[in-house]
Design a protein. Sequence first.
Lengths: 247, 355
Amino acid sequence: MATDVTERTALDSVVVARGVRRVFGEQVVLDGLDLDIAPGEFVALLGRSGSGKSTFLRALGALDPDVEGYLRVPAKQAIVFQDPRLLPWQKVLTNVNIGRPDNARTRAEALDALAEVELESKAKVWPRTLSGGEAQRVALARALVREPQLLLLDEPFGALDALTRIRMHGLLEKLVAKHRPAVLLVTHDVDEAILLADRVIVLTDGVISLSSQVEVPRPRGRDSREFVALRRRLLTELGVGDQPDAR
Amino acid sequence: MQSISGEERTVAITVIPGAPAEAADCDHLDHKGGSAVRALLTVGDHDEQSHASTSGRGELIVATILDKARRTTPDVADTPETTGASGLIDPTAISRKTRSSSRVPRSAQRLLGPVLLVVAWQLTASSGLSGENVLPRPLSVLTAAWRLIANGELQEHMTISLLRVGNGLLIGIVLGLVLALVSGLSRVGENFVDANMEILRAVPNFALVPLLIVWFGISETPKVLLITLAVAVSIYINTFSAIRSVDAGLVEAARSFGVQRRELIRRVILPGALPGFLIGLRLALTGAWLSLIFAETINAKRGLGRMMSDAREYFQLDVVFVLIAVYAILGLLSIFIVRALEARLLTWRRSFDGN
């Protein structure tokens, strides 16, 4: 079911984007993009590489001062990047608490956040001793310990192996259900988007070309009829619908 | 791993994409260098283990093994003991093993070079090929050293020199660090400081000596100042470039998690620049001893450099050798101090140990 984003009222949204535009030199990457995200809504943003997905996420995450247009996001937001970006010279617990005051309460909260990603035993180790999946779980704990109203995920599982990625999907689903932040997941993985999101949007030529609620009942299996149909539709929108893999 | 005998000629490679028991714990596999694939060589019937898995990564491993086999072909191709009929080889036979079984401690092993040098020295000196006034024997150098220590001459001069180096280091490190911070943390600071420091680096230290003598006479000031400049330049150059090469992704992430500027400098930029600073410190120590020699050979009433000039003047080659040894020991000591500092401050890092 396609939803027209401009029809929704902006009053109850945690993200309001109107006419967002970003130009790099001659190249227009975002060309008047509109988007609303409701509190607690999980939105997956798909797009071909170079389509400006990450540019939009960086704009929402206040990492891009040169973006034009109307943009409102909650002050309480957190990002998980594609690489963990943990400070190598700080122990895991300190990394989780970065930017927060250091006291007994925040340390206990950080430890709880690590327990949620099943890594409380690694609180006192150096980040270099972690595996890729573990480091990314720490990055997730670092984001969630702030209890964000908006969680921005920039291809967070892109660098992980397939098995670890499956585990991460389950973990993310569990944690999002518990904390209920609004989520914007930028990904190039159509299956990942359908598995996790309430709504999937596709970015083409700097605007949102497709927006669809994910009507697949949870827990979602990749072989359900709705899953396959939506997957087909998204792959066609992304321009690879005729490839053997897409059928 | 079994070795492959000539009898059992058929070798099959089975590539298992993660053992079943471990497949559930993917982080565990991931931890071992991201490889969820293990190669297993079995010897026996072709039919018994001939199935090769065709996962993308599995094929990669097989390809690597075959590639290694091809590269080592000149050595092993003609020997049926190591090569099966299908041209496959035992990868454990060509992979590098870590040799750490030696009973002699590593530090003692490293002394082998210097010990050989002294032996060669003794042999050359006692062979009569060179006279005592060209190459004194190790024993006469030791005697000279004992004489200089017994009458307190060496200690007196060395104390003076150590004080000069110590003062120069202290002031130079502080100065270099302050300048690196000013320049590294702001564009304006860079505009004022960086080009000047680059110019100073390009000028050989020795060229400043006449100027310093004219300005400050032959007091302690020009000597300490010469050392200070050498130290400050080393510290500055390395610390500045280290600050500027701190991972921008880490800085961005820290900012996005609400880290303010002062905290950013303390928690992200300075620790990130620490390895570079320590490299600077190493070079600064070398530079400090070098500058000391320049400063003291020119105009000093006391100090190791003065001892050196006197020894040259009176042709006391044994004393010259003693002083060279003293410089070597002091230089090595400073390197050891920096190494100890690195080991203490950079525990979060892990690097190649040469094995």
